[in-house]
Design a protein around this ligand. Structure first.
Ligand SMILES: C[S@@+](CC[C@H](N)C(=O)[O-])C[C@H]1O[C@@H](n2cnc3c(N)ncnc32)[C@H](O)[C@@H]1O
Length: 239
């Protein structure tokens, strides 16, 4: 997997400049479907977190098990997951404008009722938008591995971020991550094995079997073509 390429023209909001970011903001011209995605379906699928607190009943018209995906990329696999699990609600969080527009198009094209999307840094969304103990699953698939040592601080899986996720998960809720970058897989295992309030669902020190419910993502597919392996970790919040 390659590191994201910096786009000097991309605008970085002031509040992001002072924090360690887990992403590099980049964007390209919208395709016709991406334009259509925002124009036709943005109103239905985009959630605005400004001054708001998440209320599942108000957003989805029901209370159902809730999955939040951090960094869904173009969103194809998240749409597939939501289609395959109509009994659950899904919220995808992404900062890549093309991905946000694309997922609106994909979801709108199949009239998907159980998905919403946030154009936000997931760390800010988790901290400010979601109440504590409201999420059943947080998933993080093929997150940027930030392979250089000086960038390890930008990896999403960090001890303090796992405690933020723990706070937002219900007891019994699950954190699920997958990566095709072995050093990041080892890094995640090392952090999660000692993370307070979590237990490894695969057994101490073990990676999990690839679960059937996780569709092949765009980056997983890319990794497979490069001959990379894939590592899943599944941790349950126990307290
Ligand atoms: C390597 S891509 C993987 C995309 C997708 N999950 C896949 O497997 O194809 C990682 C994505 O995470 C997004 N991302 C990274 N940090 C994020 C954050 N703090 N909030 C929202 N999205 C983030 C990036 O914009 C990027 O699209």
């Amino acid at each position: 997997m390659t590191e994201p390429v910096a786009n000097p023209a991309a605008d970085v909001p002031e509040e992001h400049k002072r924090r360690i970011l887990t992403f590099m903001k980049r964007s390209s011209a919208f395709t016709t479907s991406q334009k259509q995605g925002l124009e036709q379906f943005g109103g239905r699928y985009l959630l605005n977190m400004e001054g708001q607190t998440f209320n599942q009943e108000a957003v989805f018209g029901r209370v159902a098990p809730l999955t939040v995906e951090i960094g869904f990329g173009m969103g194809y696999s998240l749409v597939q997951m939501a289609q395959a699990a109509p009994e659950r609600d899904f919220i995808g969080i992404e900062i890549h404008p093309n991905g946000i527009a694309q997922i609106c198009f994909e979801a709108g094209s199949v009239d998907l009722p159980n998905l919403r999307v946030m154009d936000a840094d997931a760390l800010l969304a988790l901290e400010h938008f979601f109440p504590d103990a409201c999420i059943d699953t947080v998933q993080l698939y093929f997150a940027d591995p930030w392979p250089k040592k000086k960038h390890h601080k930008r990896r999403f899986v960090q001890t303090h971020i796992m405690q933020l996720i723990r706070r937002k998960l219900k007891t019994g809720g699950v954190f699920h991550a997958a990566t095709d970058w072995q050093p990041y897989a080892d890094w995640m295992l090392e952090i999660l094995e000692v993370a307070e309030g979590f237990e490894n669902m695969a057994g101490p020190g073990q990676f999990a079997e690839r679960p059937d419910f996780r569709p092949l993502t765009k980056f997983e597919n890319r990794g497979q073509k490069l001959g990379h392996g894939v590592w899943d970790v599944l941790y349950r919040k126990v307290a």
